[in-house]
Design a binder for this molecule. Structure first.
Ligand code: ATP
Length: 136
C-alpha cells in the first residue's frame, strides 16, 4: 500500500481516494511527479492525463482544469471534471470534438467568448480521446 493519499475531487464526486506510491499530473507549469515526502506546493492543473501507481497497479485518468495541493503526503486535486480511463465514453468525446471543431470553423465575428469555450471543449475532448487511446 502506498504512502501517499491521492484525492481527485470534482464538483460532482470524489473520483479517486486511494493510497498510492506515485502521482504524475499535468500542472500548469508542466507535468510534475509526486512521491512520498514531497515538499508542499500548490499548482494549477491543466486538462490532461493524471497517472498514478499503487504497487503493481497503474491507473490513468483524464482531468479537466483545476488545481492541486501537495502537503503532508497528501495530493489533493480539485478539478472541474475527471474520469477514470475505463469510464470515458469515446463516442461522447468524439461528438464533443466534432461539435467544437464545427464551432471553431465558423467566422470569429464578435462573439470571442464562444470561441474560447469551444477551444476549451475541444481540448477536453482531445484529452479524453488521448487518455483512452494511450491506455490501449
Ligand atoms: P460534453 O459536451 O460531452 O458534455 P464536456 O467537455 O462539455 O463534454 P464536461 O463539462 O467537462 O463535459 O463534463 C461534464 C460531466 O460529464 C463531468 O462529470 C464529466 O466527467 C462527464 N463527461 C464529459 N465527457 C465525458 C466522456 N466522454 N466520457 C465520460 N464522462 C464524460
Amino acid at each position: 500500500m502506498g504512502e501517499l493519499l491521492l484525492e481527485v475531487v470534482t464538483p460532482e464526486k470524489v473520483v479517486v481516494s486511494e493510497n498510492v506510491d506515485m502521482v504524475v499530473a499535468p500542472g500548469s507549469l508542466g507535468e510534475f511527479g509526486v512521491l512520498s515526502e514531497h515538499v508542499p506546493f500548490l499548482t494549477g492543473i491543466v486538462p490532461g492525463e493524471l497517472r498514478y501507481t499503487s504497487g503493481n497497479q497503474k491507473e490513468s485518468l483524464s482531468v479537466a482544469a483545476g488545481f492541486a495541493e501537495v502537503s503532508n503526503n497528501r495530493v489533493s486535486v480539485l478539478v472541474n471534471a475527471a474520469e477514470m480511463v475505463h469510464d470515458i465514453d469515446m463516442e461522447r468525446a468524439h461528438r464533443a470534438m466534432e461539435r467544437a471543431k464545427e464551432r471553431l470553423s465558423k467566422d470569429r465575428g464578435t462573439e470571442d467568448i464562444d470561441f474560447l469555450r469551444a477551444e476549451a471543449a475541444l481540448k477536453r475532448a482531445l484529452v479524453r480521446i488521448k487518455v483512452t487511446e494511450g491506455a490501449k
